[in-house]
Design a protein around this ligand. Structure first.
Ligand SMILES: Cc1cc2nc3c(=O)[nH]c(=O)nc-3n(C[C@H](O)[C@H](O)[C@H](O)COP(=O)(O)OP(=O)(O)OC[C@H]3O[C@@H](n4cnc5c(N)ncnc54)[C@H](O)[C@@H]3O)c2cc1C
Ligand code: SF4
Ligand code: SF4
Ligand code: SF4
Length: 403
């Protein structure tokens, strides 16, 4: 029988990133991941099953420290754009993930990355074909649920298979610790520079709010609509009954760091010592670092080769990409210098959410402004018929007349 909270695996929530390594390593199946009131998963130990072997505590790199890879001068940085336009369009930045995962697929390996489950829940998934891998492209600004991925991956590695795992640095570092150095040879690790993650609960609340307003089920999501707004902008888009609706409701709360996991405010991976073979990022600041390299606002990746294996892997895909080597500049990324600051209002945000619901906090702390359905529809039609530029021009005109 499941007894519930027993042995404590962390002193405070900020010390646990929810990586599932402890659950995966437990030989007695005594740990399971349970959501708290903010929707973040934490391990809970069943004291009746636990035999005090201590493995769960030993494997926790978020608390014990992680295996740091070589840094400068060996770490190599590249500005990257995939040569195929359609790949860049479907990717968050320059499409490097597609290039390096294509290489693993071609050599018979399996890819793990963040895709979608029921009602666009963000979960880690396995892909063995390019078609399956395509779902893993694009940034999803939610903590991805790992489920039993670590167990599956260890099995594959033990059978001699090649595996690419991509995720946040806390996920890649945890997987590496869980698998151990013996199985590391065929494990290809890719981390993304990470600003932090909200919980599935907040994401589902946002989707429900929009479904109510838009009077239909969400059919498609895009956390950052690059096609319409360009690479630099941050607007989410949803498709409901075949029509596309964009907003900055979720993006504004995310950007203000209001609903991130407590561990993100004290993240140990915000430095240049990466836990993976390759690191991928948006190349903010490319204008100064690699002038003239990226001028169409369609996306440019910053790619770091952190290990010998990672650098060799990048060299294998150079044919697929446009690239330029960069030095020094990458370390200006804030996600490689310090964790995000916890806003003073964060706890109040969740207290208000519990008391008054998501629409209340979205309006109070974010950019949500409720509108009648007819206005939302008219705006969507205008955008569709006239395009983004005409829509923005008319909106400015309307505001000018109103003021
Ligand atoms: C939560 C989050 C925070 C980020 N913060 C920063 C930042 O601070 N600075 C910055 O420069 N870039 C940040 N990024 C963007 C990241 O750098 C890009 O995903 C990266 O540039 C890859 O671009 P691409 O075009 O090569 O790959 P794409 O083809 O877009 O591939 C996306 C990759 O990201 C992984 N991924 C997507 N969503 C998640 C998720 N929720 N959890 C784990 N893995 C995920 C996929 O598995 C895939 O490997 C963030 C992305 C996410 C998801
Ligand atoms: S191993 Fe991961 S999930 Fe378990 S306590 Fe440590 S950080 Fe939390
Ligand atoms: S001490 Fe051992 S048996 Fe107990 S929860 Fe941790 S890993 Fe499982
Ligand atoms: S900020 Fe750090 S703790 Fe939070 S998801 Fe990213 S890597 Fe994990």
């Amino acid at each position: 029988m499941w007894v519930g909270v027993g042995m404590k695996l962390f002193e405070e929530k900020g010390n646990c990133c929810g990586c599932t390594a402890c659950m995966s390593i437990c030989p007695r199946g005594a740990i399971r991941m349970e959501p708290d009131a903010e929707g973040f998963l934490y391990p809970q130990v069943d004291d009746e099953k636990c035999v005090n072997c201590g493995l769960c505590k030993t494997v926790c790199v978020f608390q014990n420290g992680y295996e740091r890879e070589e840094t400068e001068p060996k770490q190599t940085g590249y500005a990257v754009k995939h040569k195929k336009e359609e790949v860049r369009e479907a990717s968050r930045s320059g499409g490097m993930f597609t290039a390096i995962s294509d290489y693993i697929l071609e050599s018979g390996g399996t890819i793990y990355g963040a895709g979608y489950g029921e009602h666009f829940k963000v979960i880690h998934k396995c892909a063995t074909t390019a078609g399956e891998r395509d779902e893993l492209r694009g940034s999803k600004y939610v903590q991805s649920e790992l489920g039993n991925c670590f167990l599956e991956i260890k099995e594959k590695l033990s059978a001699g298979e090649k595996v690419l795992f991509s995720g946040t640095p806390c996920q890649t570092a945890a997987l590496r610790a869980y698998c151990g150095e013996k199985l590391r040879k065929k494990l290809y690790l890719v981390d993304i520079l990470c600003h932090g993650v909200p919980s599935d609960l907040m994401w589902q609340e946002f989707l429900r709010l929009r479904e109510k307003e838009l009077r239909g089920k969400v059919e498609q999501v895009d956390f950052r609509n690059k096609k319409r707004f360009g690479w630099q902008a941050h607007h989410e888009s949803l498709v409901v009954k075949g029509a596309e609706y964009s907003s900055k409701i979720y993006a504004s709360l995310y950007g203000r760091n209001m609903m991130l996991r407590p561990s993100c405010y004290q993240c140990i991976y915000t430095n240049k010592c990466r836990p993976s073979d390759v690191t991928l990022a948006d190349f903010w600041g490319h204008e100064k670092a690699v002038p003239g390299f990226h001028e169409d606002d369609k996306g440019c990746s910053l790619v770091l080769g952190n290990t010998k294996k990672g650098r060799a892997w990048i060299r294998k895909v150079l044919e697929e990409i446009e690239w330029q080597e960069v030095t020094g500049y990458p370390y200006r990324h804030s996600a490689m210098r310090r964790p995000v600051e916890k806003p003073g209002e964060r706890e109040q945000f969740f207290a208000d959410y519990r008391e008054n619901g998501f629409s209340y906090v979205a309006e109070k702390y974010g950019d949500y402004r409720p509108e009648p359905y007819i206005v939302i529809r008219a705006k969507a039609m205008l955008r569709k018929l006239g395009g983004e530029k005409l829509y923005r021009f008319l909106r400015r005109l309307y505001r000018g007349i109103k003021d």
